[in-house]
Design a binder for this molecule. Structure first.
Ligand SMILES: NC(=O)c1ccc[n+]([C@@H]2O[C@H](COP(=O)([O-])OP(=O)(O)OC[C@H]3O[C@@H](n4cnc5c(N)ncnc54)[C@H](OP(=O)(O)O)[C@@H]3O)[C@@H](O)[C@H]2O)c1
Length: 234
């Protein structure tokens, strides 16, 4: 028996990258893992788990999943959609999709799932280092991540004793950076490792370990855990 034995953990937007590692870790700790995404057919849940459809930009899919599942013990929201670029070039639709995935969708998940969670349930949201350390072309990411941290605090107060925490990773080799190409990714990772106090980039396992800690520590709520190698100080 481990601390997640018998708990039903819903991961939203975690089909790949950090989410896949969180799913493996939670299942390894005994949880029933349900993975939700826009296309459940391409999601591979761990043994004993299953996948359901949730598009964080479409509240009806959230309401439907909540009705179908009936209850969950814990909720982890890993989704991210990106609207990077100079503020003068941004498209309103892309901005809205990014904020749907990061802020409005998680808020709607809380609306539909909190009434179906036990008092000892936990909600884990995902911020990111851009919240504390904005850089050019990442204004939407910085804004969304800062909003996630405020959302976690506000939900922790309103939904108490359900715990709500945001986890804020630094640069993680999750697959999300593959879009930069081999050279671009290698340069980003080398520059990040040279600058941050940890002298390396993160791994999905680094972040998954903190999610498991958050799900299992009953005194942890209304805070943001920075798992960024100290990058916000660089
Ligand atoms: N990787 C990093 O370096 C890093 C750094 C700081 C913060 N973070 C944060 O950590 C979290 C996980 O990162 P990651 O790198 O593992 O992410 P990722 O590989 O980019 O995966 C993001 C997931 O979000 C899903 N998604 C996007 N829009 C959605 C929507 N409307 N409804 C449902 N799902 C949606 C995507 O699913 P589809 O397959 O449907 O597109 C994808 O599975 C994210 O919140 C990210 O912002 C990551």
């Amino acid at each position: 028996m481990t601390e997640l034995t018998g708990r039903r953990v819903l991961l939203v937007g975690g089909a790949s990258g950090i989410g896949a590692e969180v799913a493996r870790s939670a299942a390894g700790e005994g949880a029933e893992v349900i993975m939700a995404g826009r296309n459940p057919d391409v999601i591979s849940p761990p043994p004993g788990g299953r996948s359901v459809r949730i598009d964080l930009g479409d509240e009806s899919t959230i309401a439907q999943a909540a009705a179908d599942l009936g209850h969950v013990d814990d909720l982890v929201v890993l989704a991210a959609d990106h609207a990077n670029g100079a503020v003068t070039s941004l498209d309103a639709g892309r901005i809205r999709r990014a904020l749907d995935a990061k802020v409005i969708g998680p808020l709607l998940l809380a609306k539909h799932f909190a009434p179906r969670m036990p008092d000892d349930g936990a909600i884990v949201l995902f911020s990111g280092v851009a919240s504390s350390r904005p850089s050019p072309d990442l204004v939407v990411m910085a804004t969304g991540n800062r909003a996630v941290e405020g959302l976690a605090d506000a939900l922790a107060v309103e939904l108490a004793p359900i715990r709500v925490v945001s986890v804020s990773p630094g640069i993680v080799d999750s697959g999300a950076w593959d879009v930069l190409g081999d050279d671009g990714k290698a340069r980003l990772f080398a520059d990040t490792a040279a600058a941050n106090p940890a002298r390396r980039v993160g791994t999905p396992a680094d972040i998954a370990a903190v999610v498991i800690l958050t799900l299992t520590n009953p005194f942890l709520t209304a805070t943001t855990l920075h798992v960024d190698g100290g990058a916000r100080l660089t």
